[in-house]
Design a protein around this ligand. Structure first.
Ligand SMILES: [Zn+2]
Length: 827
């Protein structure tokens, strides 16, 4: 990297929302500690027409050459220089429709279509909006000005400093200078925005488009709560005078933490009474808390290189859940974390095709369907593990030390260990390195030899491996004595094998207390597993542990270590299970096996699950009760669909009747809307399709649209599935095209039709936003490829020779296909 330091950018934009172009002027002040004769800046798809250098009191022209492939412009200085260098660059850019850089998003209000222009820069798209040194470590301050029509509003990171009237019904908005920050966090937006200020903390504003203000209050309130939690927990005040939470209709990611101007998909910020389900509500809170945690982890202290991206995302993931749990302990947020984050991270990380949380240097790091489960979910889970090991107080103090030491600067992974070590006075570096710098995670095998418990570790993967890896594993064990007592012991497993002495009266042991550790466990002595099974049956061990036992067991089915038959037998211990976490885990695993296995196994799974799910639904009630737990609503919405597919008549009658009423204009409770619509599609006809189409076109509410889109993937009738596939490409907005496809990939009736759809429409599907294209691959290949595996493999063999598109996701999806094929043949 060149030894140039950007100090300040003055950016002046004049966007045109009818021609989708903008004029830009960017004035960059740089410091050259050594003599330089040229300055290299990043640009992408912008046309520079003048580049000048400040010399004395005036500007002189500089020559420049553009290298589009390297996304660079080289500015030639008239003479070698050092010290302060001020460049003035005039250019023209486009307000694109790619959901990257400076882009446009469409909305309708009172029958009229309008556009807003907003930005999404992470990780390398600021260069589409202004010439810059587009690297997170190149921090500078930003002074931003935007010229807009009088009737419009402009937003940026800073508060508005002044507004000047211009000719032609325009005005110039000047924003306050930002703190020293990275280019990927800059934001500007122009449109008919409206503000809803939180009543108790005037810094927090929710920004909406016309007609949406009434849905803003919930987000504003939780924004205030998250901000309050963060300032108290990190002990560093939020440095900006305002925090905007902005709802954007077209958005590729879920949300983006631009400093002081956070952007969200509408459904992740706006709350629609009667339409937003409880799980939707939780997700809104979690995403707001995630983005607000970034204002410290990422914005204040920034990774010195993208390979340390986990320092942003793991913390934001962890606190996303932590803040919600703090304010709403009854929502059982950590249970969702276990199932959704730890569980899915382990499933992802058990592939050969995985990588370390700290991405090896030199690789191009992007957030995508392959990296996100590792950087976000595994990283967040490792933080939970370390917090469990050093204690909550040390964890908090260590983070405060880290943030204070590196504020307005950059950090690498070891800076974090040092801070935790300083505070906890424990050798954490070696432990953290073993989890952050190497891929995968261990399977702990436990066997009892008289009064010794022998633990061994080995990397766990679904397909066989010869890896020789070792982790420093913080192990917790609950010991159950013959007399009924329970005792918890801890140890640090730092070798391949370690033995622990047990008292004679110990009858059973459960490793990984409440599943805080990121490892799987295999109990090789049957007696112990039987004892644990009894405790599962009588529910005398916590739900997290019941979940963990089932989860590890199913993972071993996928790795070929135990049979599906043995797993189904083990499920007998869960006959009386009524807790959300083990039930949701079990339901998902049964469903995933159902999608993979042959007909006879499908019948087995149906006959086992149908009566169980009918019992549960009977017990919790098909209709949501007004005072029920959030987890009850989650479970119901999940298993109604499963039960219907397994042939349950009561579930089909219930959801079918509700859907028929809905088509007649009746309202359906938000917490069952998704499953009712899905079941409605399953038994639907052309009229149903037309109804969905109409609803989708007329709905102004993203939550409702998402339910409809998911239902569009749930038809049983072949002609309707094909119609829906065409509709997805032709009519569904780009940001949401993946949703019906993902639903089809878990619909056994649509599965046989997915591969042909993909191949026949490849050119169109490849045009999706890269991350959304990857989601399509990840959803369809592992399951839709089962009956045509050779064809799928041959296709991608050829594809990967020609294209780099979705490379990582293709490879990991093919590995998942392999795992599914093996499970099917082992059946
Ligand atoms: Zn994030």
């Amino acid at each position: 990297m060149q030894a140039l330091i950007p100090l300040n950018y003055r950016i002046h934009l004049d966007p045109d929302l009818t021609r989708f172009k903008f004029d830009g002027k960017c004035d960059i002040l740089l410091d050259a500690p050594q003599t330089v004769s040229e300055v290299t800046l990043n640009i992408l798809e912008i046309a520079i027409w003048s580049c000048r250098l400040l010399q004395g009191d005036g500007f002189v022209n500089c020559g420049f050459t553009v290298n589009p492939a390297k996304e660079e412009v080289r500015v030639i200085l008239p003479e070698p220089m050092s010290g302060k260098i001020r460049l003035k660059i005039d250019y023209l850019g486009s307000i694109n429709d790619k959901m990257a850089g400076f882009y446009r998003s469409k909305y309708t209000y009172q029958g009229t279509t309008g556009f807003i222009a907003v930005t999404q820069f992470e990780e390398s798209d600021a260069r589409r909006a202004f010439p810059c040194m587009d690297h997170p470590a190149k921090k500078a301050t930003f002074d931003i000005k935007i010229d807009i029509d009088n009737k419009l509003v402009a937003i940026s990171n800073g508060a508005v400093a002044k507004e000047d009237r211009l000719d032609n019904w325009k005005k110039r908005i000047t924003f306050e200078q930002t703190p020293k920050m990275s280019t990927y966090l800059v934001f500007f937006g122009v449109g008919e925005f409206e503000f809803t200020r939180d009543k108790k903390d005037s810094r927090v504003r929710v920004v909406t488009l016309p007609g949406m203000k009434k849905y803003a209050k919930f987000g504003a309130e939780f924004g205030r709560k998250s901000l309050g939690f963060s300032e108290a927990y990190y002990a560093i005040a939020y440095p900006l005078p305002k925090m905007d939470l902005i709802a954007i209709p077209d958005f590729a990611f879920g949300a983006m933490e631009n400093w002081g101007a956070i952007t969200f998909r509408e459904n992740l910020l706006l709350h629609y009474p009667e339409i937003t389900s409880k799980s939707g509500e939780e997700r809104i809170c979690e995403v707001i808390a995630h983005e607000i945690a970034h204002q410290w982890f990422g914005n204040l202290v920034t990774p010195s290189d993208w390979r340390y991206l986990w320092l942003n995302e793991s913390f934001a993931t962890y606190f996303g859940f932590g803040v919600v749990d703090h304010y709403y302990p009854k929502w059982a947020t950590w249970q969702h974390f276990l199932n959704g984050q730890t569980g899915s991270a382990m499933a992802r990380d058990a592939l050969h095709e995985t990588f370390a949380i700290e991405i090896p240097s030199g690789e191009h790091v992007v957030i995508n369907a392959s990296t996100a489960p590792i950087i976000y979910s595994k990283g967040g889970s490792i933080l939970r593990q370390i917090e469990g090991y050093i204690g909550k107080d040390n964890f908090q103090k260590g983070l405060q030390h880290y943030l204070k030491t590196y504020e307005y600067g950059c950090a690498a992974s070891h800076h974090l260990w040092q801070s935790l070590e300083t505070v906890a006075q424990q050798p954490i570096s070696a432990m953290m390195k073993s989890w952050i710098e190497q891929p995968g995670f261990p399977l702990i095998t436990a066997r009892r030899q008289n009064n010794r418990l022998v633990l061994t570790q080995r990397r766990f993967t679904y397909l066989p491996n010869n890896f020789n890896q070792k982790w420093l594993v913080p192990i917790t064990i609950n010991l159950y004595s013959k007399t009924g007592g329970t005792r918890r012991i801890t140890t640090l497993l730092d070798d391949n094998e370690q033995a622990i002495d047990l008292d004679e009266d110990i009858l059973a042991y459960k490793i990984n207390d409440r599943q805080t550790g990121f490892y799987r466990v295999k109990y090789s002595d049957v007696k112990n597993l039987d004892e644990l099974g009894k405790r599962v049956l009588e529910k005398s061990i916590p739900p997290e542990d019941r979940w963990g036992l089932e989860n590890d067991f199913f993972a071993r089915v996928k790795s070929g270590d135990v049979s599906l038959e043995e797993y189904l037998k083990f499920l007998a211990c869960y006959q009386k299970e009524d807790a959300y976490l083990p039930l949701t885990g079990m339901a998902s695993h049964l469903y995933s096996a159902y999608l993979v296995m042959e007909d006879s196994w499908q019948r087995r799974i149906s006959s086992l699950a149908k009566p169980r799910f009918e019992d549960i639904l009977e017990k919790i009630g098909y209709d949501p009760a007004s005072d029920e737990n959030h987890t009850t609503s989650h479970l119901r919405d999940q298993i109604i669909w499963d039960a219907v597919l397994y042939g349950s008549k009561p579930a089909l009658d219930f959801a079918g009747n509700r859907f028929a009423a809905m088509m007649q204009g009746a309202t359906v409770h938000a917490d069952i809307m998704k499953s009712v619509m899905r079941v409605g599609a399953l038994s639907g006809n052309d009229k149903t399709f037309d109804w969905f189409d109409r609803q989708l076109q007329e709905s102004k509410i993203e939550h409702e649209r998402l339910n409809i889109l998911s239902a569009l993937g749930c038809f049983k009738d072949e002609a309707l599935i094909i119609k829906s596939q065409r509709y997805t490409l032709d009519t569904v907005p780009a940001r949401n095209k993946f949703i019906p496809v993902v639903a089809m990939a878990s619909n056994p009736y649509a599965l046989p039709l997915l591969w042909d759809w993909y191949v026949n429409n490849l050119a169109e599907i490849e045009q999706f936003h890269p991350m959304l294209y990857e989601r399509v691959i990840a959803a369809i290949v592992p399951v839709a490829g089962i009956k045509r595996a050779d064809e799928v493999k041959a296709f991608f063999d050829d594809y990967l020779k020609k294209s780099d598109k979705a490379k990582d996701v293709i490879k990991l999806s093919l590995e998942q296909l392999e795992i599914n094929l093996r499970m099917r043949s082992a059946g």
